[in-house]
Design a protein around this ligand. Structure first.
Ligand code: TYM
Length: 334
């Protein structure tokens, strides 16, 4: 008799709070695409997370659809993966409420992203910004995900998710699968081109490369990338953060390893190295941009993808939520 082993489940998501960046591509999406055959994957556009800081509604709507198009253009096959929009599956918010009742105020106060964002948005520190990691835990636990492929900055949130799941399981038995973060060896923390001590982020347009940037913009940004006063192309994040970041980007874009890239640019200086990194990124981004444009012209298709994605996601989500409600012994309406 044939034994069919159950595939492991993967969940991850990105906020449509800005245009997709090279950082999100290298830290997350690139690895999502690599996992789609081996795992049972759900990839989400987390619009409910995005409103934890003020958004222009029309921009949020446009970016949500554009992000779906970019997921597909980056190689995520909507047949193999469940691609969906978070607000289409109301169970995320419902489970989030329950989990919030099993999360400590102190735990949420320690979250680095909350501390950073509450500094950046000091005039608007909402309860949603504070409880953001609980909604993220709900995203993951709702689908009983085994692994969560993310960049390094999200590791703390995935650990909190595990803690919440463990606490809930401790009281009610085995309800949730405990997820692990999956962090890539290369590209887990792509740094800003303008300040290589800071993470590349959507809110810093000059230090940040967007996947849909035009070639001339990509070239300009790399030309201005901060390096150091030496000339050697060598990987040394502590002493040469700018060059090391460029090497990482080059390797993640070309598939080469660091030693290979160092050898390739030995004795060549930054005047050759920087344009080569820019070219590699231009070639990486070109097909993604072109395919995104093509997909955005076919709104009907994108709509069918997110509709079908929501249905498939919801059929999994209701199972977990009803299990949770049963454990809590809520009265089930007949
Ligand atoms: P977000 O939207 O800030 O980022 C999306 C993904 O991209 C990764 N990333 C980076 N990786 C490397 N270098 C960078 N400079 C860089 N910038 C961003 C992030 O680590 C992330 O993997 N809370 C999440 C979204 C989320 C989520 C989830 C993720 C909501 N629910 C459930 C996983 C599972 C966030 O703010 O990511």
């Amino acid at each position: 008799m044939e034994t069919s082993e159950k595939k492991k489940r993967i969940f991850s998501g990105i906020q449509p709070s800005g245009e997709l960046t090279l950082g999100s591509y290298m830290g997350a999406i690139k690895n999502w695409a690599a996992m789609q055959d081996e795992y049972d994957c759900l990839y989400c556009i987390v619009d409910m997370h995005a409103i934890t800081v003020r958004q222009n509604p029309a921009d949020l709507r446009r970016r949500t659809i554009a992000q779906l198009a970019q997921y597909i253009a980056c190689g995520l096959d909507p047949e193999k993966n469940i691609l969906f929009i978070q607000s289409h599956v109301p169970q995320h918010a419902e489970l989030s409420w329950v989990l919030g009742c099993y999360t400590q105020f102190g735990e949420l106060s320690r979250m680095t992203q909350f501390k950073q964002k509450s500094q950046q948005h000091a005039d608007n520190i909402t309860a949603g910004l504070f409880t953001y990691p609980v909604l993220m835990a709900a995203d993951i636990l709702l689908y009983q995900a085994d692994a969560v492929p993310v960049g390094e900055d999200q590791k703390q949130h995935v650990e909190l998710c595990r803690d919440i799941a463990q606490r809930f399981n401790g009281v009610y038995g085995d309800v949730f699968t405990l997820p692990e973060s999956f962090i890539p060896k290369l590209g887990a923390r792509v740094m800003s081109l303008g300040n290589p001590m800071n993470k590349m982020s959507k809110s810093d347009p000059e230090g940040c490369v967007y996947l849909l940037d035009k070639p001339e913009d990509i070239r300009r940004k790399f030309k201005r990338a901060v390096t150091d006063s030496e000339t050697a192309v060598r990987f040394d994040p502590e002493h040469k953060p700018g060059v090391s970041n460029l090497l990482t980007i080059y390797c993640a874009a070309t598939g080469k390893d660091i030693a290979e890239a160092e050898a390739e640019f030995a004795g060549q200086g930054y005047g050759v190295f920087k344009p080569a990194v820019a070219d590699a990124v231009v070639e990486l981004a070109r097909p993604i941009r072109e395919e995104t444009e093509r997909l955005l012209a076919d709104k009907g298709y994108l709509e069918s993808v997110y509709r079908q994605g929501a249905q498939r996601a919801q059929s999994l989500a209701v199972r977990t939520l009803s299990k949770v409600y049963r454990k809590l012994d809520f009265v089930v309406p007949k």
